[in-house]
Design a protein. Structure first.
Length: 98
């Protein structure tokens, strides 16, 4: 359900052609800490668990959902389209009670 196709800026293409930096690389860790600090400013929080998620909004919803429910947790999901239906599927995969 993402937008597209979209033209990609030459600067983005150039950046994507560079070697990848691993998630344990000190440069990555430093960059992630800077980004987390900026996100805390944007969201006016001091919560250390503030961090970016690389994915769609739906991926972010699923990330939150699966980290909040435990097996047999009762959940109420409003279904009014594809995203609500997807959360029902995600809840079912994690044995949430409906």
């Amino acid at each position: 359900m993402g937008p597209g196709p979209s033209n990609v800026a030459p600067s983005v293409l150039e950046a994507m052609s560079r070697p990848l930096v691993g998630h344990l690389d000190p440069a990555f860790v430093k960059m992630m800490e800077e980004i987390k600090a900026m996100l805390r400013e944007v969201f006016l929080t001091k919560n250390e668990m503030t961090f970016p998620i690389s994915g769609t909004g739906s991926a972010g919803m699923e990330f939150c959902f699966v980290n909040l429910i435990e097996p047999a947790t009762r959940v109420v999901i409003g279904v009014n389209g594809v995203f609500g239906t997807r959360m029902v599927d995600v809840g079912g995969a994690f044995a949430a009670r409906r």
